[in-house]
Ligand binder design. Structure first.
Ligand SMILES: Nc1ncnc2c1ncn2[C@@H]1O[C@H](COP(=O)(O)OP(=O)(O)OP(=O)(O)O)[C@@H](O)[C@H]1O
Ligand SMILES: [Mg+2]
Length: 180
């Protein structure tokens, strides 16, 4: 007989997967208004405040290099918050104990960008093209999750016309760049 706690866990897992898929579908169907205005540094600080505890738990040092600020207009604040949270959560989850995360906000080649660099396990070059695919999770990744974080990041970025770039070296770290 299946224990109640097991079925409860399965239910929770399924419910989280459905929620994430629904969110992606709703964004793709243009069901979210984009009427907010927020400063990039304000957004980052808000996200980091929520995540602080997890950083301490994993003994990760955060460096903020907020060189330039940028006003993001006609956006959905909640969705941008979700997008940044997913990227930083990954930077924590796939980091090494005692590792670091560097966040840059700056103008480069005439465009404002936010960079999130971690000193984690990295992603093999052969795997990198598939990481935005739904349910994709890499073999060496033993952390739990559903492989829906990055697809959500891609969808939210797409609906805000933000370009997402990724660069990674196995065992050295990963860098995500959002170009506005
Ligand atoms: N910063 C990173 N460093 C190393 N690998 C990463 C990083 N971000 C993502 N990955 C790899 O890409 C896969 C997909 O990431 P994604 O965020 O979509 O899913 P997840 O973290 O496994 O689960 P979820 O976000 O749904 O809880 C991860 O399982 C991991 O293997
Ligand atoms: Mg994730």
């Amino acid at each position: 007989m299946i224990k109640l706690s097991d079925s409860q866990r399965t239910l929770n897992r399924m419910s989280r997967i459905i929620k994430a898929l629904l969110l992606i579908s709703k964004i793709e169907n243009d069901q979210y208004l984009k009427q907010d205005t927020i400063g990039s540094i304000e957004l980052m600080d808000e996200v980091l405040e929520e995540i602080e505890e997890r950083l301490t738990e994993k003994n990760i040092t955060l460096h903020k290099y907020f060189y330039d600020d940028y006003t993001i207009t006609q956006c959905n604040r909640t969705l941008l918050f979700t997008m940044m949270t997913n990227l930083i959560n990954n930077a924590i989850k796939y980091n090494k104990d005692g590792g670091s995360i560097d966040i840059y906000t700056r103008v480069k080649d005439g465009r404002f960008q936010i960079e999130i660099k971690d000193s984690g396990i990295g992603i093999d070059k052969t795997d990198i093209t598939g990481i935005f695919d739904r349910f994709k999770r890499l073999n060496k990744n033993k952390a739990d999750g559903y492989g829906l974080g990055l697809p959500l990041v891609k969808t939210i970025a797409g609906c805000h016309k933000i370009e997402v770039l990724v660069d990674s070296t196995s065992n050295v770290g990963t860098e995500f760049t959002l170009r506005f």
